[in-house]
Design a protein around this ligand. Sequence first.
Ligand SMILES: NC(=O)c1ccc[n+]([C@@H]2O[C@H](COP(=O)([O-])OP(=O)(O)OC[C@H]3O[C@@H](n4cnc5c(N)ncnc54)[C@H](OP(=O)(O)O)[C@@H]3O)[C@@H](O)[C@H]2O)c1
Length: 317
Amino acid sequence: MALPRLVTVVGGSGFIGRQIVQELARLGVKVRVAVRDPERALDLKPLGDVGQITPIQANIRNADSLRAAVRGADAVVNLVGILAEGGKQTFEAVQAQGPGLLAAAAAQEGVAAFVHISAIGASADSKSVYARTKAAGEKAVLSAFPDAAILRPSVVFGPRDDFFNRFAELARTAPALPLIGGGKARFQPVYVGDVAQAAVQALTRPEARGKTYELGGPQIFTFKDLMQLVLKETGQRALLLPLPFAVASLMGAVMGLLPKPPLTTDQVTLLKSDNVAGGNFPGLQRLGVTPTAANAVLPGYMDIYRKGGRFNEQSRT
Ligand SMILES: NC(=O)c1ccc[n+]([C@@H]2O[C@H](COP(=O)([O-])OP(=O)(O)OC[C@H]3O[C@@H](n4cnc5c(N)ncnc54)[C@H](OP(=O)(O)O)[C@@H]3O)[C@@H](O)[C@H]2O)c1
């Protein structure tokens, strides 16, 4: 398919979504950003020309709103996902059923292409409800829209990411960084710009239809390696403190009661498995994207956490 004329990006105001919106706008595509609160997506408008990017209200849990959001669009990208449950935002509703409702709406409205962002580790057999509902969401999407392309990223990095920024902030404010389960779980961090390019390619390449891709960066790191990288890039000296899974689970159970929990038991469960491409699915290269290394990008946004901030050259020892 040639470049679509109009794309609805559901969850387009989030970390990865905003990069996809920007990439589509750069290519001259009109974009509808469908989110629960369009006011919070207004800052996306300057990423495109006047009238090119339009935030609209939609909820992945409400079929009527989804139908209105995709009506007239040539393609749809779904980025809605959560790391912890809260109120009606359950894993089941948002990650398992919601994608099926959206894919059905897209099929009913005659949308030509559908890209669904899932996650590495999505599996019906997982002990993590996050990973199980990601698998159920994929299945629901493919059953309603068999030509959909599924993208499963590993942990995604980039200036507004939740992972590196969260631990950099922790390194600045806390005496130690936790190594849950000894920090042995392996990750393959992938650059947000590469994920955005992959999403655009998956929308347009006929060979991507109905395929699943695992998106990982060029290097594999253990969780401990990643914490050491955070300390190196921020110039901080926090201790690395091994935390047995049982203790971390208990902490997750308590913190999980907070409105925006920094850790949940389910996240601890996820850290018991590696988060790397398994080799059974094609990756970024097959979508024509060359993976960007973390050390090429991290210094550009981790330096704000250095003592004295970005412009203190002396702190770069
Ligand atoms: N970031 C990573 O490292 C990573 C790794 C692997 C997979 N993923 C997956 O990639 C996707 C995007 O991740 P992200 O980091 O960009 O997430 P994010 O920043 O939290 O963005 C999520 C987006 O979904 C929207 N949203 C939440 N609930 C909604 C609902 N009920 N209806 C409609 N929109 C809703 C949010 O906007 P409102 O809250 O304003 O509605 C926001 O635009 C997710 O599915 C995630 O699981 C991310």
